[in-house]
Design a protein around this ligand. Structure first.
Ligand SMILES: [Zn+2]
Ligand SMILES: [Zn+2]
Length: 281
């Protein structure tokens, strides 16, 4: 059984529609794929229809933008009740913050003499519920200002760069209990990747487990073999679920092909049982 528990569609910053993403997952030989768009659950219905047709299992999820000790941390949530009011309220607030951020980023870039407009960004966002930094990056690429998204972030859009604008993110210590109360399973995405970094050490993860944290994403392209080994041993110490995923973004991110990392079936079963949905149940 091949299981990939972290992918993005055009409901956030991926380039495939939710349906296409699931069909590609089936074609790539995956049996289980999770759709985890940033702060959005709007792709679930279309993805579920495609999964039913393709005969593979969809795990509905999302990746929430949180903060922990002044750092950005991405939190994966699997199988929450999408109508749970506190979850809906947090996502609305994140979405509002992100929507207000685009005009501010555009203004900051214009002040640097870059002739970008909000319309340019909206066009790149297409069907996404929220235009965000990746879409600003795509607009800059299309304008020929930078070669690709990576350069756009590096030169203009990362913290400390001229086009960066801060925005609301929910504290991680608040989000884990909300997700759990929504019947979901909380797993920290790429804990030692580009975001998060060293603040998520073993004592921090132990304290987050007390709040309901269920697992950590260990096998991710941002993690070196040494990081993976260390994180695996921390997960064993703390009895956390270990996941592995592609963090696929379609054409939006290179070296993140579907199934490039996968989750062990035993770990997947643990995750399902934590959500109260044992395999086949
Ligand atoms: Zn992430
Ligand atoms: Zn992601």
């Amino acid at each position: 059984m091949r299981i990939d528990l972290h992918t993005h569609s055009s409901a956030s910053d991926g380039t495939d529609t939710p349906g296409d993403l699931v069909r590609e997952a089936a074609a790539a030989g995956l049996d289980v794929v999770a759709l985890t768009d940033h702060d959005a659950m709007s792709g679930w219905a279309e993805a579920q229809r495609a999964a039913d047709e393709a005969g593979i299992t969809l795990v509905p999820g999302l990746e929430i933008s949180t903060t922990f000790r002044h750092r950005g941390v991405h939190l994966l949530g699997y199988l929450p009740d999408p109508a749970y009011p506190p979850l809906v309220a947090v996502l609305d607030r994140i979405l509002a913050g992100r929507t207000a951020r685009t005009p501010a980023m555009v203004a900051a870039l214009q002040a640097r003499g870059i002739a970008i407009t909000e319309d340019d960004v909206r066009r790149e966002a297409g069907g996404s519920v929220a235009a965000g930094r990746p879409h600003v990056a795509d607009a800059l690429v299309r304008m020929g200002i930078v070669a690709d998204r990576t350069e756009a972030f590096h030169v203009l859009l990362n913290p400390g760069r001229p086009g960066y604008v801060d925005r609301y993110a929910v504290p991680l210590e608040e989000m884990i209990p909300i997700l759990t109360a929504a019947g979901g399973v909380a797993v920290i995405a790429h804990p030692w990747g580009r975001s998060g970094g060293s603040v998520l050490d073993e004592p921090a993860l132990a304290s987050l487990k007390e709040l309901g944290l269920a697992g950590i994403e260990v096998d991710h392209q941002d993690h070196s073999p040494a990081f993976r080994a260390r994180l695996r041993s921390i997960a064993a110490d703390l009895d956390l679920v270990v996941t592995g995923s592609s963090d696929h973004h379609g054409l939006g991110k290179v070296d993140h092909d579907l199934g490039v990392n996968t989750t062990d079936p035993e770990q997947y079963e643990r995750l399902l049982s934590l959500a109260g949905r044992p395999l086949g149940g």
